[in-house]
Design a protein. Structure first.
Lengths: 276, 394
């Protein structure tokens, strides 16, 4: 049987459920317990950020991610997992991801195209049983860990590309407020943007400013030919990147002209820096 | 409202379509012109035969030659002038050109207006009469023009002159009225299309699939877990759907109905969000009967949840308040969610707000105000405020 095969190769299979609606989370938990008795379910997570932290700490083999969640969406969690998943320990391969959504027409098409598992709410038993069978199959003949991660990164790259918000009017000047003063920073002077909690750090050659905006809100207002997202928390001016050095982990270290510090391009964006 | 508008729109659309097809075929235009011109000319010939007691055949030849010549001149001029004016107006539209919707619609129906048409009709009459009677003279051998102008009596000149002027102007007036009617019809069709579109949008935003399927998913779970609560939730959903459908058909309902609809919606959301949603509805008894546009507050409450409270891990409070301020009705939707700057990037927010603004503008013009601002009391979140003229309860 697949279940025993999976358990034999990886020990106990663990799964994480991230869902903000308590009833739906409990129901998915019960159904999974009935369909897959050997599966060890980790504590429920009701928002994206706790789900990300729990997944990184507990390294489940399977993650059920609701798309619309507080703090971080299911897609954001997946992207962050792909960026931060440690590769050194062979005991923890990248988890199999199952997205759960009530109605996201475009997301569903994207999942279909990327052959990512997804469930549509209300989740029906038969559909969940099929999903469980597929997960067990994939756990049983699981590809070596590096390939699993590479495959996930590849799928997510496409998913995130399709889920990107439409372009907004281009920002010409950054208005950064400090107390009662507003500093005007022409966009041409910005070398890179870095997310810092609810703020974004705006770094120029001489100084840095804080703006009260998330990177997600900022991105559609930037020219994608001029600024590249290289990490979920970093957007850099391509002209300011002097060199890119590929690490063993799959990450890429960027050296800048005009700034001493180095930036990291995550696995999801490392493909942007390839020799011609 | 829908029931009243639909027959009109159907009529309007088919008239418009007919007009379109008619406009596209020159042969049909000529056939149409002849359908008016031939009987008219025959009638005139008969009339002249009776008045002057001469040959009907000769009169018919003259009448047809002159009449169709004049009609042709008037019609070609009418269409050409209207097309010319339309082109000029469209070219000038960039600099905020003059002319209202009605004028434009008339131009689209080939009516350039009386100031241009009257001189053109007179010119067409003189020209058409001369050329037409010369042609008829060549056909019949009668020197009609010489007899008319150099004859012994002024009576034929007076009779024929006034006849031609009256008939020409009258026929043109017929086209004018027809054009006006077509313009009115297309304007009415456009208005009913806009109304239907608003209704559809309202319905779509009410029956937002994400909300609906999540609610059904919760309901499905509850059926197995807690049948009485499942039944209560289903009743809420039924009430919500019924009210939604009713609301898209009425122009006003009582404020108490509005609050009950919000209550149903919030109860459904409450099952889903649990303690993360703390709703508080405040409706003074004296305002219960005040008429308001149905589901006006709904998109604001939805936005407050979707963009304010749902993204916030700990959830928060949602307050809906109605207040009387003199002769104004003040409606307030406030949440303690993540606030406007965080929600600003989300394109979804704009649609609901746009809808509220548009409805207020259509129903009240400048007499209604709508603002959406960060809540000012330091607890965070957003506050939407609507001010309407207070209408007396029916």
């Amino acid at each position: 049987m697949n279940t025993t095969a999976a358990a034999a190769t990886t020990g106990i299979t663990t799964a994480l459920i991230a869902e903000d609606e308590p009833l739906l989370a409990a129901a998915l938990r019960n159904d999974l317990a009935a369909l897959w008795p050997d599966l060890q379910l980790l504590p429920l997570q009701a928002d994206g950020r706790s789900a990300l932290e729990a997944a990184l700490a507990l390294r489940p083999q399977v993650c059920f991610l609701d798309i619309r969640m507080p703090a971080l969406s299911g897609l954001d969690v997946a992207a962050a997992l792909a960026e931060d998943w440690p590769e050194q320990e062979p005991a923890a391969p990248f988890p199999l991801l199952v997205f759960v959504t009530a109605y996201d027409q475009y997301a569903l098409q994207a999942f279909e195209a990327q052959a990512v598992d997804y469930l549509v709410k209300p989740v029906q038993r038969e559909r969940l049983a099929a999903c469980v069978a597929r997960l067990q199959q994939r756990l049983a003949d699981r590809a070596p860990q590096r390939d699993a991660l590479a495959q996930a990164v590849d799928q997510l790259r496409h998913l995130l590309g399709q889920a990107a918000p439409p372009a907004a009017p281009r920002l010409q000047v950054i208005q950064a407020q400090v107390g009662a003063t507003v500093h005007l920073v022409p966009i041409e002077q910005v070398l890179y943007f870095e997310a810092a909690d609810k703020y974004v750090r705006v770094i120029t050659a001489e100084r840095e400013h804080l703006i009260r905006l998330s990177l997600r809100e900022l991105l559609p207002q930037l020219d994608p030919a001029v600024f590249w997202q290289v990490h979920r928390g970093t957007v850099v001016r391509t002209a300011a990147v002097a060199s890119a050095h590929r690490e063993d982990s799959g990450k890429v270290t960027l050296t800048l002209t005009g700034r001493p510090e180095k930036l990291v391009a995550s696995r999801l964006y490392a493909h942007l820096f390839k020799g011609m | 409202m829908a029931a009243e508008m639909n027959p009109l729109s159907r009529h309007g659309v088919s008239a418009h379509a007919r007009l379109q097809a008619w406009r596209e075929s020159p042969l049909r235009l000529i056939a149409y012109e002849l359908k008016i011109g031939l009987p008219l000319c025959s009638a005139i010939a008969l009339f002249l035969t009776i008045v002057f007691n001469d040959s009907f055949l000769d009169n018919l030849v003259f009448s047809l030659c002159i009449g169709l010549m004049i009609q042709g001149l008037i019609e070609v001029g009418r269409i050409a002038l209207a097309a010319w004016l339309l082109r000029r107006r469209q070219a000038g539209a960039g600099e905020g050109g003059e002319g209202g919707e009605g004028g434009d619609a008339a131009l689209h129906n080939s009516w350039p207006g009386w100031p241009l048409m009257l001189p053109w009709i007179l010119l067409s009459v003189v020209l058409g009469y001369t050329v037409g009677s010369l042609l008829a003279s060549a056909l019949t051998g009668h020197q009609h023009l010489q007899r008319l102008f150099f004859g012994a009596s002024l009576r034929p000149l007076a009779i024929i002159g006034s006849l031609v002027i009256v008939v020409s102007t009258g026929t043109s007036y017929l086209f004018y009225v027809r054009g006006r009617m077509a313009a009115f019809e297309s304007a009415a069709a456009a208005a009913s299309r806009a109304a239907a579109e608003t209704q559809l949008k309202l319905l779509q935003s009410q029956l937002e699939p994400h909300m609906l399927f999540n609610t059904l998913a919760n309901l499905r779970v509850l059926i197995g877990l807690d049948p009485p609560q499942a039944q209560a939730m289903l009743d809420r959903l039924i009430a919500f759907l019924r009210r939604t459908l009713a609301a898209t058909r009425n122009e006003r309902h009582a404020l108490a109905d509005e609050f009950e609809a919000l209550g149903d919606y919030l109860a459904l959301m409450g099952v889903r969000m649990g303690a993360r949603l703390q709703p508080r509805l405040e409706l003074p008894a004296e305002l219960r009967g005040v008429p308001v546009p149905p589901l006006l507050l709904q998109p604001l409450v939805e936005n407050a949840i979707k963009h304010g409270l749902e993204p916030q891990v700990e959830g928060g409070r949602l307050e809906v308040q109605a207040q009387r301020a003199g002769d104004r009705l003040r409606l307030r939707v406030r949440d303690t969610g993540v606030g406007l700057s965080a929600a600003a990037a989300n394109a979804g927010t704009q649609f609901g707000l746009h809808q509220v603004r548009e409805r207020l503008a259509t129903l009240y013009g400048t007499r209604a105000q709508f603002t959406l601002l960060p809540a000012a009391d330091g607890e965070g979140g957003a506050e939407a405020l609507i001010e309407l003229p207070l209408e007396p309860a029916p």
